[in-house]
Design a binder for this molecule. Structure first.
Ligand SMILES: CC(C)(COP(=O)(O)OP(=O)(O)OC[C@H]1O[C@@H](n2cnc3c(N)ncnc32)[C@H](O)[C@@H]1OP(=O)(O)O)[C@@H](O)C(=O)NCCC(=O)NCCS
Length: 288
């Protein structure tokens, strides 16, 4: 085997820098095995701002992994990908230890991955990741109106000045791993097809938004302030989102929730959603 062949095969692992953005985005656009857990428009900003590592050889980028720290609980793998001609095992053997070291150095006790891409899930499980919970998918078909509901709160369209109240509310309603960033919420405020907030006692107590793709709508979020739950506000928001979507010509609505979230599941079922049997794992590794 010639020396030049060995040199060409040698991989170097290093932290991602600004100058790597173009080659990573090219890989995201063209490689077979890419996992991205952020809206495409946010990807460039996230890669620039968040910690990540890449492997490269003389021909350039071989693979990368970017994580989002969620202090003080966990870091989430939000982007990963590798060159079509490389294998997942050496990719993880090289990058995962670096990623885990940097997560520990940030003072975070765990690394997590949400998704069901087989090429990543199987090999992460072989490296100490365990399934902590499942996300399940629900669908509502047809144009049957939802059951009538009480209207305890005042509903209105959200606007950009709601951002800070929404961020606080999202932090209160969701476990850290499911929280939306200010960037996510800003993006949704600017571009969601429908974003509604509920007000009561002069404060913002709930919100929901969905995106529409022709006759299909995906309900991305439904949340009520913990102090105001159990008063019918969740049902009111869900009712309004469904009516709104049906009025705009939608005939299928999808959404995801946690398998163990009995309260939201029964609410969705009462409003005509059915469990599709599609499940997605949350993989978790404690880093001692
Ligand atoms: C799910 C959620 C939006 C429901 O909002 P809510 O305002 O509490 O809902 P409602 O008061 O309209 O009640 C909805 C159902 O929950 C039940 N419920 C309400 N409070 C409850 C409580 N403390 N314990 C058990 N069940 C309760 C209601 O009886 C109702 O059930 P029904 O549909 O069979 O009548 C809210 O609990 C929440 O924000 N949870 C955290 C975020 C979340 O899980 N979002 C959805 C998943 S993405």
């Amino acid at each position: 085997m010639s020396l030049s062949f060995l040199r060409r095969e040698a991989n170097q692992v290093r932290a991602i820098t600004q100058g790597d953005l173009r080659s990573i985005m090219r890989m995201v656009d063209t490689a077979w095995r890419v996992h991205i857990r952020v809206p495409p428009v946010e990807l460039g900003t996230k890669i620039r701002a968040l910690p990540g590592f890449l492997a490269e050889d003389q021909a350039g980028l071989r693979g990368f992994m970017v994580m989002e720290p969620q202090h003080p609980h966990v870091a989430l793998i939000i982007a990963a990908g590798l060159r079509d001609t490389w294998n997942v095992r050496p990719y993880l053997d090289l990058l995962l230890p670096e990623v885990e070291r940097s997560v520990r150095a940030e003072g975070l006790p765990a690394l997590a991955h949400i998704g069901n891409v087989a090429w990543l899930v199987d090999d992460l499980q072989a490296r100490g990741f365990e399934i902590r919970e499942w996300i399940v998918a629900f669908e509502r078909h047809g144009t049957e109106p939802p059951p009538a509901t009480a209207a305890p709160a005042r509903l209105r369209s959200a606007h950009s000045s709601d951002l800070s109240a929404l961020l606080t509310l999202d932090g209160l309603a969701f476990n850290h791993i499911w929280r939306k960033s200010a960037g996510n919420l800003n993006e949704a405020l600017a571009s969601a097809d429908s974003f509604t907030v509920a007000e009561l006692d002069g404060q913002l107590v709930g919100y929901t938004w969905y995106e529409r793709y022709n006759r299909h709508a995906h309900l991305t979020r439904l949340a009520v302030h913990p102090a105001y739950q159990g008063r019918g506000i969740g049902a009111q928001l869900l009712h309004s989102a469904i009516v709104n979507a049906l009025d705009s010509g939608v005939n299928m609505i999808t959404l995801n929730t946690q398998e163990t979230n009995g309260r939201s599941r029964s609410l969705y079922e009462r409003f005509g959603f059915v469990f599709t049997r599609q499940r997605m794992p949350v993989l978790w590794k404690n880093l001692p």
